[in-house]
Design a protein. Structure first.
Length: 114
């Protein structure tokens, strides 16, 4: 797994599973689904049926007490997520069909090609 050295954004991650505590400096790959509003009401089976994007997260700090971590994030298809990248955008980190963490972009660092 490659470390995120040129992130598209920084994000705050809150784990939904109490036993998840990433080690600072560790990297994980997963899928992410952006939260757009009332998706759960209009898409049967959401978030499993939402549009999934491949995400890489390199953790810069972690707190087991709050189940939260800061991470540098990147997406395999940067251009594909360009419309979703903005401060305070919310996303879910998925393990198969179920969410394992909630994320919120705290700072966007990349701009798409014009």
């Amino acid at each position: 797994m490659r470390t995120v050295t040129d992130p598209v954004a920084l994000a705050r991650i809150r784990w939904l599973e109490p036993d998840r505590h990433p080690v600072p400096g560790s990297t994980m790959g997963a899928t992410a689904v952006f939260v757009l509003g009332n998706d759960a009401e209009v898409m049967p089976g959401w978030p499993a049926t939402g549009q999934h994007f491949s995400i890489l997260l390199t953790f810069t700090d972690s707190s087991s007490a709050t189940r939260e971590a800061e991470a540098k994030i990147d997406f395999i298809d940067r251009e594909g997520v360009a419309d979703y990248l903005r401060e305070n955008a919310s996303f879910l980190v998925m393990a198969g069909p179920r969410p394992i963490a909630e994320g919120r972009i705290t700072k966007v660092l990349w701009k798409p090609r014009s």
